[in-house]
Ligand binder design. Structure first.
Ligand code: HEC
Ligand code: HEC
Ligand code: HEC
Ligand code: HEC
Ligand code: HEC
Ligand code: HEC
Ligand code: HEC
Ligand code: HEC
Ligand code: HEC
Length: 337
């Protein structure tokens, strides 16, 4: 074993104190849990609770048996943070994610945190140990992805050389039809995603992604936009969490329609209903300007009394009449801006 300097010893004493405190906290939480039926500690939390300071072997220990994995990790987005010597042992290096090495190697009851062999819930909990500050477990559980049994590693790839494939990560076969992926622009994957974002989403949401092939669409296939500019893929503490189909989201980019206008058009102003989605499709449409309908039928969704005799032309806007459909500062009938 490596010799310890006095500062190291101090450090370990501190860690033991932390572990003790954590132990007491766990005990208290357990007491509360008994009363409130709170969720039990995750598998990862239990493994870390078991670890004493000298159960940690450091990355060089892993190197003895997993040399290729250690070497490839030099390219990982986590490397810099993992190598922080000031971080507590249970958040350092390989062991920060996989648990203490001597517990993994112990004679009786060896345990290692193996993300791809855990249930999605346990796997995500092991990531959230560190990411709770931006992404709380409570919020994550409410997301439709969590409820559909996805885990963090369904989308993120931590080891650049990981040999695990789509099936071991998601429990699903990859799509048979490669054309399902519409993304044509070359975009580099970011945020440690398995693939560039649109390709990734397209693996499971082929039909939504296919809508971006329609003549009028948001410039996603062109590489100018990604899905997460409108969807908060995983709710963070600052985001609302759900699909953003509210006016607020649309007008972050289309601010000219934000208003307020002297004369508001109810559906645009978002007074109830679907707001912008009363008239537009969000992804793409066969009609110009991503409209739900190409002619007066669009307006007749609500203004049924105007359907017959009001004006015989095709549309109510491009014929030069209601040109300011989104609201006007000069015309009560939206005849000019
Ligand atoms: C003495 C050799 C040895 C050392 C040291 C060692 N491991 Fe392992 N590890 C193994 C063996 C053997 C397996 C089982 C391989 C298998 O089942 O495919 C394994 C399995 C694993 C797995 C599970 C693989 C899976 O299928 O998901 C992980 C994760 C892991 N080790 C991480 C580590 C980390 C991190 C360290 C350093 C703290 C480490 N190991 C140190 C030998 C070792
Ligand atoms: C940020 C968390 C994290 C860190 C840090 C980390 N791993 Fe992993 N590791 C994972 C995840 C997640 C998987 C599952 C990979 C997958 O499904 O592709 C994994 C898989 C593995 C496996 C089994 C699968 C394989 O590809 O062989 C081994 C062995 C392993 N890690 C060893 C290590 C070693 C050694 C280190 C330090 C150099 C390390 N890990 C650092 C998260 C981490
Ligand atoms: C030991 C603590 C720890 C664990 C466990 C951990 N992370 Fe991280 N991770 C960090 C830190 C620290 C950062 C950098 C600061 C930040 O973005 O919060 C980071 C960054 C990231 C990033 C952003 C990287 C980038 O390039 O933008 C992703 C994605 C990520 N982690 C996913 C995961 C996933 C998935 C898991 C579980 C397999 C995981 N993390 C487990 C500590 C951890
Ligand atoms: C459905 C796919 C998907 C799943 C599942 C997923 N993520 Fe992400 N994650 C993304 C995408 C897409 C981004 C990029 C967002 C961006 O560019 O701002 C991202 C970004 C991140 C980032 C870096 C940016 C930030 O917000 O700080 C972290 C950290 C992260 N994810 C952690 C996690 C953790 C932890 C889990 C599991 C609890 C998880 N992710 C599950 C798709 C996913
Ligand atoms: C591994 C498969 C998988 C991946 C990858 C994936 N999703 Fe999902 N997503 C699902 C499942 C399953 C649901 C649950 C609802 C359903 O069945 O459609 C869902 C739900 C959603 C919903 C919510 C629908 C609703 O009714 O609330 C949105 C929005 C969404 N995903 C967007 C994305 C985006 C954006 C990405 C890429 C960053 C992505 N998804 C990646 C499987 C996936
Ligand atoms: C311009 C913003 C925007 C972009 C970009 C966007 N979406 Fe959406 N998406 C929406 C809105 C708004 C809805 C809600 C539609 C509704 O309520 O009619 C939605 C709905 C969805 C749904 C749920 C569909 C359903 O029927 O429940 C999924 C899944 C989805 N989007 C996936 C994606 C994927 C994958 C991408 C990237 C390829 C993407 N979205 C890009 C705005 C967007
Ligand atoms: C992240 C920025 C962003 C968000 C959010 C956004 N858009 Fe867009 N939108 C764009 C861009 C970029 C274009 C393409 C503009 C161009 O080609 O001149 C566009 C184009 C459009 C067009 C015109 C399409 C055409 O064929 O000319 C409509 C209509 C539209 N958006 C509606 C919406 C609606 C409704 C929402 C909310 C669901 C929304 N946008 C959210 C960026 C955004
Ligand atoms: C009552 C129906 C209706 C509603 C609600 C509506 N729009 Fe439109 N929008 C239209 C029509 C009609 C056009 C086509 C106008 C034209 O071709 O001159 C259009 C065109 C657009 C364009 C393309 C503008 C251009 O010059 O290319 C954008 C962007 C847009 N709408 C965004 C929005 C946003 C954002 C909202 C919500 C705040 C919204 N729309 C709500 C009917 C609507
Ligand atoms: C989702 C329902 C809905 C749709 C779709 C819709 N409107 Fe409206 N519109 C309203 C409501 C509600 C009012 C305010 C109440 C009223 O005056 O009838 C209104 C008011 C108006 C007014 C001002 C009042 C008036 O009678 O002069 C005009 C003009 C108008 N709409 C034109 C249009 C045009 C053109 C379209 C198609 C591009 C359209 N609307 C689509 C709901 C809708």
């Amino acid at each position: 074993m490596i010799k310890l300097g006095s500062s190291d010893k101090e450090y370990i004493v501190r860690i033991e104190a932390v572990i003790l405190a954590a132990g007491i906290a766990t005990f208290l939480v357990a007491g509360v849990a008994a009363n409130q039926q709170k969720t039990a500690p995750s598998q990862a939390q239990k493994i870390f609770a078991r670890a004493k300071a000298d159960d940690f072997m450091g990355d060089s220990g892993c190197n003895d048996c997993h040399a290729k994995t250690v070497e490839a990790f030099h390219g990982s987005g986590h490397e810099a943070y993992m190598k922080n010597p000031n971080a507590p042992l249970e958040k350092q290096g390989c062991e920060g994610c996989h648990g203490a090495g001597y517990i993994h190697q112990s004679e009786e009851n060896p345990e290692v945190i193996s993300f791809r062999n855990m249930t999605p819930k346990e796997s995500s909990a092991a990531c959230l140990r560190c990411h709770e500050s931006t992404l709380s477990e409570r919020h994550w559980k409410l997301s439709s992805h969590s409820q559909a049994d996805l885990s963090c590693v369904s989308c993120h790839q931590i080891h650049p050389n990981s040999d695990s494939n789509w099936v071991t990560r998601t429990g699903k076969a990859p799509p048979q039809n490669p054309k399902a992926v519409v993304h044509v622009a070359k975009v580099k994957p970011k945020a440690l995603l398995m693939a560039d974002e649109v390709t990734l989403c397209g693996q499971c949401h082929a039909s939504e992604v296919a809508k971006f092939r329609l003549p009028s669409h948001h410039p996603v296939p062109e590489g100018e936009m990604v899905c997460s500019e409108c969807h908060s893929v995983h709710p963070t503490k600052s985001s609302k969490g759900k699909v953003a189909h509210t006016k607020e989201n649309c007008v972050t980019c289309h601010s000219q329609f934000e208003g307020p206008f002297a004369f508001e058009h109810d559906p645009v102003a978002g007074n109830g209903g679907e707001g912008c989605m009363e008239c537009h499709k969000p992804h793409g449409s066969g009609n110009p300007k991503m409209l739900k309908a190409f002619s007066r039928g669009l307006c007749a969704q609500c203004h049924t009394e105007k359907l017959g005799s009001h004006y015989p032309g095709r549309t109510c806007w491009s014929s030069g009449c209601h040109v300011a459909t989104h609201g006007s500062n000069s015309s009560q009938h939206f005849l000019q801006p």
